[in-house]
Design a protein around this ligand. Structure first.
Ligand code: PLP
Length: 399
């Protein structure tokens, strides 16, 4: 018999969201009449808006014609790569620095192969699970020890440090995962903070993987929407982004990564060239239908639709935040991000999760599931139909 991959064996317990689903199912089985509302997972709920949807339909139509047919496109449609560079980065990147993906999470998984098993990892704590669990799968992190995995430097983001970590904790030569606007905390790093991050990465010879999946939710004009607004970030940062949340493409699957040519490994080798090699080896490109949808999303009408959709979810976020504040619960996020991070000091987050499910029939996400520093917090997601969010907010009065 083949022995199990020891790296998989290193993963602790189940993935967070299957565990939440299990608890929801158990509660529903015991309370068949309960109308459970989920403010738990970060999955979009609203239909794709008409212009962007027409782009998807057009993409499918073209495939049925001789002139419009296309096959493999490896790094992605040149037109889309150009458009991404011009819309989000003022044309700063050439198309061979823009890689189209089937989503940010999938690309993060592949990026972990780029850096291999020997790289040191630093993550914001709490963090989006793939940074940590994916590092365990490639062997860059070891087994669970105490409150975290061996080989990972956790950078606590707490109420005390205003959810921006102490960068002195970052070891020399690490791969730093940084997400802003943050999932799960909803915190957004400002320009001064990101400047400090880039300076730290350069002085410690680190590479940053900057996850900007929620950049389109930023409304405060002073907050940076990409790491490349910071000087010299193009020498030390890879940025991953996605159409999932801003355009409702969670099921369509489309994202991109920026891998600037200026980033080098210790031996002077090009990170961009290696990434190209990996993409060509284990990834054959994103769906061309999705890419036509992506193109529609980035023209003037598409960008207005993105604005409208993100405004809608931010409206939900405001309702949730206001409902929590009314109950005297301290929280952050929800203003430039679709997540609200609510503080229940001194309490176990799974216990608070159970209490909210029990009293309000609302599913949330326990903060501890995102890392040790998430203990005592609950994440509320603003992805939901308006009527459900309103109903859930009313029920939060029972807390
Ligand atoms: C939802 C999300 C993504 C998007 O993943 P896709 O694979 O593009 O759907 C990426 N990063 C974070 C932090 C997310 O919450």
């Amino acid at each position: 018999m083949i022995t199990r991959n020891p790296y998989i064996a290193n993963l602790k317990a189940g993935y967070l969201f299957p565990e939440i689903s299990k608890r929801r199912r158990e509660y529903a089985a015991a309370h068949p009449d309960a109308k459970i509302i989920s403010l738990g997972v970060g999955n979009t709920t609203e239909p794709i808006l008409p212009h962007i949807n027409a782009g998807l339909i057009e993409g499918a139509r073209k495939l049925g014609t001789k002139e419009g047919y296309s096959g493999y496109q490896d790094e992605g449609m040149a037109q889309l790569r150009e458009k991404i560079s011009s819309v989000f980065y003022q044309g700063k990147f050439s198309i061979d620095e823009v890689f189209i993906s089937d989503g940010a999470k999938c690309d993060i998984g592949r990026l972990q192969i780029l850096f291999g098993a020997d790289v040191k990892i630093a993550v914001q704590d709490p963090s989006y699970p793939v940074y940590v669990d994916g590092s365990v799968l490639t062997g860059a992190a070891g087994g669970w020890e105490g409150t975290g995995y061996k080989g990972i430097t956790y950078l606590p983001c707490t109420a005390e440090n205003n959810f921006f970590p102490n960068l002195d904790l970052i070891p020399q030569n690490s791969l730093i995962y940084f997400c802003s606007p943050n999932n799960p905390t909803g915190a957004v790093a400002d320009r001064a903070q990101l400047t400090k991050l880039v300076d730290a990465a350069i002085s410690k010879q680190c590479i940053i993987i900057f996850d900007a999946a929620y950049s389109e939710f930023i409304r405060d004009k002073n907050l940076p929407k990409t790491i490349y607004e910071i000087d010299k970030a193009d020498t030390c940062a890879i940025e991953v982004n996605s159409f999932s949340k801003p355009a409702g493409f969670t099921g369509v699957r489309l994202g991109w990564s920026i891998v600037p040519k200026a980033i080098k490994f210790a031996g002077g080798e090009s990170v961009n060239a290696d990434w190209n090699r990996i993409a060509g080896t284990i990834f054959n490109g994103a769906s061309n239908i999705a890419q036509e949808g992506g193109l529609a999303a980035l023209d003037d009408i598409g960008l207005k639709e993105i604005r409208k959709l993100t405004d809608f979810y931010l409206g939900n976020a405001k309702l949730i935040r206001d409902a929590l504040i009314k109950r005297g619960i301290k929280c952050i996020g929800g203003d430039n991000s679709p997540y609200i991070w609510a503080h229940f000091p001194g309490r176990d987050s799974w216990e608070v999760f159970a209490e909210i499910l029990e009293k309000c029939q609302v599913v949330t996400t326990p903060g501890a599931g995102f890392g040790p520093a998430g203990q005592g917090f609950i994440r509320f997601s603003a992805f939901g139909h308006r009527a459900d969010v309103e109903e859930a907010c009313g029920r939060l009065e029972k807390l």
